[in-house]
Write a protein that binds this ligand. Sequence first.
Ligand SMILES: Nc1ncnc2c1ncn2[C@@H]1O[C@H](COP(=O)(O)OP(=O)(O)OP(=O)(O)O)[C@@H](O)[C@H]1O
Ligand SMILES: O=P(O)(O)OC[C@H]1O[C@H](OP(=O)(O)OP(=O)(O)O)[C@H](O)[C@@H]1O
Length: 218
Amino acid sequence: MSQAFDAGDMLRIAMPKGRIFEEAVELFRQAGYPLPAEFDDSRKLIVEAPQANMVFILAKPADVPTYVEYGTADVGVVGKDVLLEEERDVYELLDLNISHCHLAIAALPDWQPVMYPKVATKFPRLASQYFREKGQQVEIIKLNGSIELAPIVGLADRIVDIVSTGRTLRENGLVELEKMMDITSRLIANRVSYRMKNTQIEELIRRLERVVKGEGVR
Ligand SMILES: Nc1ncnc2c1ncn2[C@@H]1O[C@H](COP(=O)(O)OP(=O)(O)OP(=O)(O)O)[C@@H](O)[C@H]1O
Ligand SMILES: O=P(O)(O)OC[C@H]1O[C@H](OP(=O)(O)OP(=O)(O)O)[C@H](O)[C@@H]1O
């Protein structure tokens, strides 16, 4: 493997680009880790925060558990939805209580029960497991985004997708049929890093936990 990425003794943190990013950066700052202004407006994918002794790997949300499982990152921040879908071998350390949303089943208001409903989703594993546990046979259609489109254009009878404000469902004329689970973002760790960098990681958990609980740092 290439040695191009040498983080020294800095803690390597996989951060999801996208909507979790800002909240997670704010959380780390509140926890007393000085993150450079570069974070707020940059296209760089590796950002060092020397004063915090951290280096951040900015990845696609769905790839964060992969970087952590393979030990390219020591810890990572990821939505519980992605964590369950990816089924990576990592430790889940802390509920960060950010990026609140829920996973739901939705459809057009005039939906009809059919024998083998087609279900479009970005979360094929989670959706399959959910319907299997309910004893319902469905056909899962994996999509990569704009899931709400599927019932409108006739690709699927139902969708399994993230709902936050409900605006996307509303504006596309869909209704929520069933809430599947609440989702927040989690701190995860590589199993070996958790042992080898235990002091650093435990300190990170302790500081983040205090912010999450609203107790402030120290
Ligand atoms: N509308 C939302 N409101 C709040 N949190 C959300 C919302 N949608 C998704 N999330 C949470 O944020 C995480 C990242 O979502 P985001 O939309 O940034 O990425 P994505 O759409 O999964 O990735 P990509 O940009 O690669 O398509 C999700 O895994 C989920 O936990
Ligand atoms: O309830 P709301 O507040 O409207 O948020 C829900 C929407 O947000 C997410 O989509 P995202 O913006 O990530 O786009 P995507 O369809 O490309 O995944 C999710 O997949 C819903 O479409």
